[in-house]
Design a protein around this ligand. Sequence first.
Ligand SMILES: NC(=O)c1ccc[n+]([C@@H]2O[C@H](COP(=O)([O-])OP(=O)(O)OC[C@H]3O[C@@H](n4cnc5c(N)ncnc54)[C@H](O)[C@@H]3O)[C@@H](O)[C@H]2O)c1
Length: 336
Amino acid sequence: MSGKAAASGRRVLVTGGAGYIGSHIVDRLVERGDEVTVLDDFSTGSERNLSQHAGEARLRTVRGDVLDAEIVDRLVSSHPLVFHLAAAVGVRHIVERPLESVLTNVRGTENVLASAHRAGARVLLASTSEIYGRSEAVPFREEGDRVLGPTWVHRWSYSTAKAIDEHLAFAYAERGLRVSVVRYFNSYGPRIDERGYGSVIARFAGQALAGVPITVHGDGRQTRSFTFVSDTVRGTILAAERDEAVGGVFNIGSAREVSIGELAQRIRDGLRSASPIELVPYESYYPKGFQDTRRRLPDVARAREVLGFEATVPLEEGLERTLAWCREHYGSTATR
Ligand SMILES: NC(=O)c1ccc[n+]([C@@H]2O[C@H](COP(=O)([O-])OP(=O)(O)OC[C@H]3O[C@@H](n4cnc5c(N)ncnc54)[C@H](O)[C@@H]3O)[C@@H](O)[C@H]2O)c1
């Protein structure tokens, strides 16, 4: 399918391209005819995510670490556009492996930005809605304050590391780097990994399919905004390529808010599962300490005005497509 597009001549590097969002970006780039190189250490990404491109000459996969400055420099210097998504992702991962996560998320990004600055490449940096921490200024505006807990609660290190990434990006921008930043709000879609760390939708779907209790943390009234992956990808590519986006930071998310309790019910119903929905205290899942964000909703005005981007896939449709994929790909004994 993708091999039929006319070559665009664009050479694009995607770090973390074997991951969930990265692989969907790769799909889109290959489909439109770009020459794509993926740099990934396959820690949370998988070859399966790119298997649809087997034999595709326009996709090259390099197994390597963004902490390896030499390999990063070599690849960045031959790709004028870089999507930097490689990161230790997900609050649980960060809570369990705080040191590795901080180092990957700060040093890895520093390597990418330094090389891009030297080579004159343009960079798209993947950041996160976690940046806003537990701010109550909902919906979150890009210029809003960040409100974080204490430094010994590891949960906040992901937000802080990504904020340092953004600071680095803007510091390099002052020296001429063409960079833009996207802050993702809970992306979901095919390839979300139930054994991975990030997605509550993946976890609920795995539990519903296994017929075990769907475990909702806290009271279930905390809300999130879920963004279907085709919207996530479209917003990312616009931010990476539009001239107006250079030096900017953009929320990439849906303006619709849903409670986690309601989400659990939708997933149970969508999968026709008999799983009960159980409320569990955060401490039973995150023994080393956890502080939650009650509401997380993007202000989408800047993305609309500067990028012409708006999330368009309704939750009902996105969930249907995602759950169909989960039904096909998750084992029926899957649980966590
Ligand atoms: N999924 C979301 O809703 C969401 C929300 C906010 C931010 N993000 C950001 O988007 C990006 C992609 O996240 P994702 O959800 O696709 O997660 P993912 O875990 O599927 O993707 C991360 C990819 O990076 C790779 N990677 C990790 N460490 C690496 C290293 N040291 N060197 C090379 N590759 C490495 C992994 O193998 C994986 O393929 C990340 O930067 C993440 O912080 C995602």
